[in-house]
Design a protein around this ligand. Structure first.
Ligand code: SAM
Length: 243
């Protein structure tokens, strides 16, 4: 996307996905979900030079492991970035991962935590282009995705998370809609037992599950010469190198 001067603009912001207004709950619910130490190792392993650019960085959980390495995080959701800024001493920018532009390159680019679920094929191609354009020679792009092979035709979940003070009940209902997409409806009930307060949040968003062939096609199409695409526990882990 270009602005009036013909320059690509970093100020074209995507609409926020309302679910991520629940940023404090996101961390609470998903706090055990991903092994970010391992993900940070994957990022370091492909870095050809200083600097890590993370696209769709969320609340900064990967950033917390990489903040010393000239880290820059990008996300569309202000509430997620507010938590990231509070928790991690690094640079965070609100921008669209599909078109953000920096005037420097990085040794590695990452998009993890299955953020790719929010992107269609054209969108993920744009993200892969952004990654390639910002990588130093020999640098690497680390990406993960929901594995389409594990997509069930409609599934529901009902999970409860508790601390001494909080009870959070998360109910999810996903309906497949074709082409790897599903609609995920959620209802989150939160109870603060110390103050006897409770709230309910409801909504829905679209999620895309990916096949390994599609991930290879997107990475190859963006000009990555070498890539590894593996599946584990419903997740696709991909690493692509500019060589
Ligand atoms: C599943 S969360 C993952 C966050 C983080 N990577 C993690 O591992 O915790 C997906 C993130 O993608 C962000 N996002 C969605 N669409 C985006 C876009 N077009 N540009 C930048 N961020 C986006 C959301 O705001 C959200 O923080």
């Amino acid at each position: 996307m270009t602005d009036a001067t013909g320059m690509r603009s970093v100020f074209d912001l995507p609409p926020e996905i309302p679910f991520y207004r629940l940023a404090p709950l996101y961390d609470f619910i998903y706090r055990h979900e991903f092994d970010y130490d391992r993900q940070a190792e994957r990022v370091r392993a492909v870095a050809s030079a200083a600097g890590v650019l993370e696209l769709a960085c969320g609340t900064g959980r990967l950033a917390a492991r990489l903040a010393d390495e000239e880290y820059v995080g990008v996300d569309a959701a202000t509430p997620m970035l507010e938590i990231a800024r509070r928790n991690v001493g690094a640079r965070f920018v609100r921008a669209d991962a599909r078109q953000v532009a920096f005037d420097r390159s990085f040794g590695a680019v990452a998009m993890l935590g299955r953020s790719s679920a929010h992107f269609g094929v054209e969108d993920l191609r744009s993200v892969a282009d952004v990654a390639r354009e910002h990588l130093d020679d020999g640098g690497g792009f680390v990406l993960d995705a929901h594995d389409r092979a594990t997509l069930e035709d409609g599934y529901s979940s009902d999970d409860r998370y508790e601390t001494d003070r909080w009870t959070v009940r998360y109910r999810g209902e996903s309906t497949t809609t074709g082409g790897g997409w599903c609609t995920h409806e959620y209802r989150v009930d939160v109870r603060d037992r110390t103050r006897e307060l409770s709230s309910t949040f409801e909504g829905s968003y679209e999620m895309r599950f990916w096949s390994t062939a599609e991930i290879r096609e997107v990475l190859g199409g963006a000009g990555f010469g070498t890539f590894r695409v593996e599946t584990e526990n419903g997740r696709i882990d991909a690493t692509a190198l500019l060589s």
